[in-house]
Design a protein around this ligand. Sequence first.
Ligand code: FE2
Ligand code: FE2
Length: 245
Amino acid sequence: MTTLQRAEAAEHALSQELDRIVVKSVIFTSGERDPRQPVSRPPDDGRLYMMGHDPRLPKMPDKPTLFDFFRLRFGPSAHLLQSARLAMKNAVDEKIVLACLLHDIAIAGFIRSDHGYWSAQLVEPYVDEEVAWGIRYHQALRFFPDESVGYHYPELYRKLFGADYVPEPHIQEAYRQARQHKWYMTSRLITVNDLYAFDPSVQVELEEFTDVVGRHFRQPKEGLGFDQSPSAYMWRTINWPTRYL
Ligand SMILES: [Fe+2]
Ligand SMILES: [Fe+2]
């Protein structure tokens, strides 16, 4: 057995214990496995397929809030919390504090690739247009210095992507457009407060941002995922990531 086959067998054994059959989305495994190959699935032994809450995950409330997603579905969010705290310390507009708190939520709970765009789309129906715009473009702006506000090309990126990494043409074009936009500085301020060298000994609690979120994030009364907003389905997918359809 190859490593992948062994992993799949172990996973099958695990999913045998569930009373529903779980089939993973292609994007969960593409790369680890060739997406063109048929997905191996557990034997159909009369069980039904997963169509809701996955018992391996903590149960979400029926009307989940943004903080419920932070607590029950997102990975560790010290980066977001410390960036938002830094923004607060730098006395930027509250909307920018919120933007910093949310700028990488796609990485925290959804999809890394093109995270600025996914993060913006997730929050767009619930925040000021300017906040979503800033989040979308921070992805491109991160690669381009702006000495006027003391923003340099991140040393970390040299380590992560190599000294010769050059952003692709679509990222360069996004930067060029953002540079001329009236909200350029909103997005730029996200990058200025985007803290990578965070201090592991500093604990920031979500509650520190209860008021900012309360004032600037329009929490739907039905709960995130159950309103009819253009991104509700994305929140539902985070809530129920293993639904068959
Ligand atoms: Fe980011
Ligand atoms: Fe970030």
